[in-house]
Design a protein around this ligand. Sequence first.
Ligand code: ADP
Ligand code: MG
Length: 476
Amino acid sequence: MPSPDQQRWLRVKERLRAEVGEEIYQSWFASMELDRVDGATVHLTVPTRFLKSWTLTHYSEKLLACWQAEAPEVQKVDVNVRSAVIRTAPPKPRIPESIESARDPRLGRMDLGELRAAYAPVSSGHDALGGSPLDLRLTFDSFVVGRSNTLAHAAAKQVAVARRGEPVMFNPLYIHAGVGLGKTHLLQAVTWAGNHGAERKVLYLTAEKFMYGFVSALRTQTALAFKEALRAIDVLVIDDLQFLQGKSTQAEFCHTLNALIDAGRQVVIAADRAPTDLESLDDRVRSRLAGGLVVEMGQLGEELRLEILKTRVTAARQYHPGFDVPGPVLGYIAKTVTHNGRDLEGAVNRLLAHNKLTGQPVTMEMAEREVRDLIRPQEPKRVKIEDIQRVVARQYNVSRADLLSSRRTANVVRPRQVAMYLAKTLTLRSLPEIGRRFGGRDHTTVLHAVRKIEGLVGHDAMLADEIEVLKRQLQE
Ligand code: ADP
Ligand code: MG
């Protein structure tokens, strides 16, 4: 049973979630924890300095208000950084030392996260540039090319080898994919390769770091210098753009983007969704982003997963010559751990740790046990609004333009309502967003359509069947 304070905190979190919406909540509050309540002061903690400063600058009033709604006696909310025991441990660039210390009783209790931290990616001097830390292992050499990422890889490679002053072929280069499918790997590869000649300046920034840089520049009144510095680089690489929040940061990002592109500099961006689906961004940014080359990376196929595993094992063998994974075991993992590249990495790490700690060779039985929880049910496919519009238009023999138009004849109205209904039920898009994507309609129109269809399927068996068929086509 959580303490009364913890219970109150859970309710405060629910309030916050309701007020700021799921997306912002996940970005800023999901990792926030209650430390203690001390009289009229609430002490909260977050994992990073950045989160602390961001939540304090942007959300301290909201936090206080939500607390006061649950506990009127609260007068102050304090946010601190949780002690980052693992993060601040000295970096251990090579695996052997960390694993060799197996005599260390701590190791027995290491969970996967800690184990990963022990492998700690080595960050380069890149940090001094004000960029985000880079992982030495994420290069083109270790990136495996397969069907799902051929185009993204080729485009990234092209950007990386371009010389200063050469005309830029596609700008920005925008790569999108779900979690763990190699976006960060590819972007860091571009950064490593692009910086190599030292002739060009390539800066890798997560969207969070971009915001942080901008926000702290504003606070210290060095915003101008910050902007100038950004505009002085040849290639700007921004990761996880979906986290870019806040009107003024977005406006700044838009200016930077325009300035760089107009000056013929290259911009490379990764996000977990297409530009059109970046709901929180304003239209100008969105259309500028969509104006370059937009490439999606799909799920990793089995062959690609197998190759990634082999590359990982080979890399580990550099430091652990005794480590080996038999072919059938690799095949088994490639077949069953289908979710994403992170899970593949986790699987190899576990086998390695097990092998090092027990001294026993990797067998099928051990692999089955170690990776059991990495075998997840297939995630439902991400359905896109465009696909819905295309499939519905085809089914009802109208054009996609008809669906987006303002025509109100019966033969378009119903398909349009069906498409909106499917958009609401098969995607996570909000009503206003769906309205926007259907020719700039109001969210109440969308709501009306959704209710209408919901009501009809109850007693119109034919419509219910049609919708089932459409759903199946979209989710296959
Ligand atoms: P994302 O940024 O898209 O969430 P990451 O780039 O962090 O994903 O990839 C997750 C893990 O999977 C990393 O360990 C990465 O090296 C690995 N990975 C993903 N795709 C590939 C690939 N094509 N080749 C080699 N490793 C890959
Ligand atoms: Mg990433």
